[in-house]
Ligand binder design. Structure first.
Ligand code: 13P
Ligand code: SF4
Length: 378
């Protein structure tokens, strides 16, 4: 039996505490720069990265110039799982994370000895904002019999309370694995991703009721109408989207998995239900194919994002150059919280490595403990 916590509504225009609201985030999105100035800035950043021996790790939702710079300077642009792995394994002492705060924190937790910089430390995420650590801890305390699985899009303190951290690329596999071990799960914070995984695995999942304000905007009815206009188009959906959008998907997956689907699927037109920052890489990965944004309510309605994350958009060339020059916007994580959170992240990374090596344990508790550092309550 699955129990569901009450849906919480958060007002992202007036969030509590010193966090960055959507309207503040949009106001702080860097203005576009002229072509000549842009080239000069990019050269400056290339020089600074070398001089500071820093590496740029970017997400697919950030500005296209930042994505290109990351790749051409030996950094990476990827989904949140690969960003974590790349940052951990890279020998550079300084990582600049172009994305949102939880990505910077994950990098710091995995590599406390490294300096982790971000172009704007106030770039946050509605899932992170919607899952305050104290309320989440109280929720966990009420359900001590459940294995706590949290999405990467959470604070370090929430991860510290979890048995496992997952990203969208591996959440389904991990929950399926835990379900087979007979575990009951407490899932947080994204209710859409949680319910997608629950339907796929049949796992017993008690859910926190957070959501991503970008993906929450995609509309199932409008998508149905758009599909009628493009009957040959395939639909690519990030699982943070509502279920009536996910149900119409030809491929559901993380950002990297959606780019792979665009490249490998036998279609020339795709409707894409995720942040439209991904289209830069999708077009490069699948030249000649045609991509259409999945419909949202539109600018005239209540749309706070219209398929683009306001916090991801806060990353720009100028604030990237500034942070490389000054080194001031540094991520700090309380060492004890970081140590606890690392266990949940390491389990996921170990699981991902075992899956890649086709060496997942077949059920021996001893083998599991060795591989995944123990896996929470039975
Ligand atoms: P991915 O792990 O798929 O890159 O997703 C991160 C994210 O924030 C999606 O909104
Ligand atoms: Fe968070 Fe959604 Fe932005 Fe991703 S797109 S960082 S889930 S608010």
């Amino acid at each position: 039996m699955n129990t569901i916590a009450p849906i919480k509504t958060f007002e992202y225009d007036r969030p509590v505490g010193g966090v960055c609201s959507t309207s503040e985030a949009w106001a702080r999105v860097p203005s576009p720069v002229e072509a000549l100035e842009k080239e000069a800035l990019k050269d400056h950043i290339r020089r600074l990265l070398k001089e500071k021996e820093a590496v740029l790790v970017a997400h697919y939702y950030v500005d296209a110039d930042l994505q290109d710079l990351a790749e051409e300077t030996g950094g990476c642009v990827s989904d949140s799982l690969e960003m974590a792995r790349f940052g951990r394994d890279h020998p550079a002492k300084t990582l600049v994370v172009a994305g949102v705060r939880f990505m910077g924190e994950t990098a710091k937790i995995l590599s406390p000895e490294k300096t982790i910089l971000m172009p704007d430390l106030d770039a946050t995420c509605s899932l992170d904002l919607g899952c305050p650590a104290d309320e989440f801890a109280a929720f966990c305390d009420q359900h001590p019999d459940r294995t706590v699985v949290v999405y990467a899009n959470t604070s370090a303190a929430v991860k510290a309370r979890a048995d496992w951290m997952v990203t969208s690329s591996i959440g389904l596999d991990i929950v399926e694995y835990l379900h087979k071990q007979g575990k009951k799960i407490l899932w947080a914070p994204d209710r859409h991703l949680g319910s997608y995984i629950q339907k796929k695995t049949g796992a017993d999942m008690l859910m926190w009721q957070g959501s991503c304000l970008v993906h929450d905007e995609f509309k199932g009815i409008e998508l149905d109408l758009l599909r009628a206009q493009y009957p040959d188009a395939k639909v690519l959906v990030h699982p943070e989207s509502p279920s009536n959008v996910v149900e119409q998907a030809d491929a559901v997956g993380s950002t990297t998995q959606l780019i792979d689907a665009a490249r490998t699927m036998d279609a020339t037109t795709f409707i894409v239900a995720t942040d439209n920052g991904i289209l830069h890489k999708m077009r490069a990965a699948a030249p000649g194919k045609h991509f259409i944004d999945a419909p949202t309510a539109g600018n005239s309605a209540t749309c706070k994002s219209c398929a683009h994350c306001p916090w991801m958009a806060m990353n720009g060339l100028q604030n990237l150059a500034d942070v490389l020059e000054k080194g001031d916007k540094e991520i700090h994580v309380d060492p004890e919280i970081g140590r606890q959170a690392k266990q949940a992240i390491d389990r996921m990374l170990d699981f991902a490595a075992a899956k890649k090596a086709k060496a997942l344990p077949t059920g021996s508790l001893e083998q599991e403990s060795k591989l995944f550092n123990g896996i929470g309550p039975a």
